[in-house]
Ligand binder design. Structure first.
Ligand code: IPT
Length: 473
């Protein structure tokens, strides 16, 4: 029987699904990765002072938005296709956007709404109303709290975490910024990360915890929104990592066969800075820049967390919302139609010859159906024969990550008019999603050659798309 044929009788024989390879994502990490694109909101005293890192000496009265409307933030995020919002509940200056009873540097001490305002409540309510998830950033570094740099600080910080995580409903992501400098008393703080993480999980069992090294998701190693062309969702987490000379590269690329599943999150601001500034209203990133960030984050097995900072009104500025709508419209135009729809897709090997693992599964919208090869087949190709010639410049591949991340080298070829094949791409990893950028190509067939895989490949997505502005000089 030709390897590409699906054996009718085999269909009746139960062919086992591939064994998981390596460390695996939790259900929460899979659902988190499917969010793909979320909003970061940097808002606080820095919005009014023009600083990026407040000194911690700011007066609470400095925080006084004139027309804050979190429903506007949530409606814009929803319209832009973002699935969640993460807000800086407490940035490095120590000011809390909610009436935190364990601090005297909060909205309760400000004149905003006569000290009765609560940004976390208004935002969590708005997220619930618009059907998007709510997340909280609480900076471990605190330049205001006099306890910082002493053993007592970790207890104060845990009480702050408990209060923020216990009063505003479900929190999908807890964000621990790793920026850390001297405290008001000139001392470095030794953080009790096991205590912090266990506190989060006790209060919010389904939360994904962000920090440089997870445990839920990791920093991508830069603030440009750019994951590595090679990007593993696994890392070798050990005590040497923090001081490793190649720490940033390891964060950016991950580690093949690493001992922990900790996917990359690409945090980047729509503006030059993290907080809103009047003089940067004309410096909102261009549509092409945002599209390139999308390809280098979501298109490289990473989640895109795009920061959109509200202004001193407490509203997302028109320049930002307009650009976000342009971005969403462009993504819809590019990704709404899979140009490979209706294609014949044939693999050199199909697991057990069973239709359950047919290559056709890469073209349907069922996330949990996938193509897989036999266990001993880790170098294998599949060919996509299009119903007619198509023109495209993006190839999208997806691995079924609940069974682990496997593919470590692949090439893409396209069929020439003379019947020969031309290699147009050579890459390493795929992961949850890999979008390979190509010159504009017109062909009737595409071949993907998996040249190295750590276990039998398991792919649940193949697509071709066209970004009309991508190849312009
Ligand atoms: C940087 C932190 O050092 C890092 O731990 C991470 O939190 C990152 O921010 C998130 O963007 S600080 C920045 C000035 C590089």
């Amino acid at each position: 029987m030709a390897a590409s044929m699906i054996c009718a009788s085999c269909a009746s024989v139960q062919v086992s699904e591939p064994a998981p390879y390596g460390v695996l994502p939790t259900e929460q990490q899979v659902e988190w990765q499917k969010m793909e694109f979320n909003m970061f909101v940097h808002f606080g005293p820095n919005t009014f002072s023009g600083d990026e890192w407040g000194s911690g000496q700011e007066k609470a009265e400095l925080f006084n938005p004139t027309a804050m409307d979190c429903r506007q933030w949530a409606s814009i995020a929803k319209a832009a296709g973002m699935k969640g919002i993460i807000i800086t509940g407490k940035h490095h200056d120590g000011f809390c956007l909610w009436p935190n009873p364990y601090s005297r540097h909060t909205v309760a001490q400000s004149s905003w709404k006569d000290g009765k305002g609560d940004v976390l409540k208004e935002l969590s309510d708005a997220c619930r109303e618009y059907g998007i998830e709510f997340g909280i950033y609480i900076s471990p570094w605190d330049r205001h709290d006099p306890h910082y740099g002493t053993d007592e600080y970790n207890d104060v910080y845990v009480k702050t975490l408990e209060h923020a995580l216990g009063n505003y409903g479900p929190v999908f992501e807890q964000w621990f910024d790793g920026a850390c400098g001297e405290g008001p008393n000139g001392k470095k703080q030794v953080y009790d990360w096991p205590l912090f993480n266990s506190t989060v999980y006790r209060m919010q069992p389904d939360a994904v915890i962000f920090s440089d090294y997870g445990p839920g998701c990791r920093w991508v190693g830069n603030e440009r929104g750019s994951a590595g062309r090679t990007c593993w969702s696994t890392m070798e987490i050990n005590d040497e990592l923090a001081g490793h000379p190649e720490r940033i590269r390891i964060l950016n690329e991950g580690t093949k066969g690493g001992n922990t599943w900790v996917p990359a999150e690409s945090d980047v601001s729509i503006r030059p800075g993290w907080f809103w500034k009047e003089h940067e209203n004309d410096d909102v990133k261009s549509l092409r820049h945002l599209l390139n960030i999308y390809y280098e984050s979501v298109g490289r097995n990473s989640l895109l967390l795009l920061n959109v900072p509200p202004d001193t009104r407490g509203l997302i500025h028109e320049a930002d919302s307009t650009r976000l709508m342009e971005f969403c419209a462009a993504l819809d135009e590019i990704f709404s139609v899979n140009l490979a729809a209706g294609a014949q897709i044939e693999a050199e090997n199909v697991r057990g010859g069973s239709s359950r693992f047919s290559a056709d599964n890469m073209l349907n919208d069922e996330y949990d159906s996938y193509w897989a090869s036999d266990d001993d087949v880790t170098t294998v190709s599949f060919t996509v024969t299009l119903p007619e010639q198509k023109t495209f410049n993006l190839v999208q591949l997806q691995e079924y990550i609940p069974l682990g991340q496997r593919v470590s080298a692949f090439t893409i070829e396209v069929l020439n008019e003379d019947g020969t094949w031309k290699q147009v791409a050579e890459e390493n990893t795929i992961g949850y999603k890999r979008i390979v950028i190509l010159p504009q190509i017109a062909t009737t067939a595409v071949r993907v050659n998996i040249n190295s895989s750590e276990a039998c490949p398991v792919l649940n997505g193949f697509a071709l798309y066209m970004d009309p502005g991508l190849n312009e000089k």
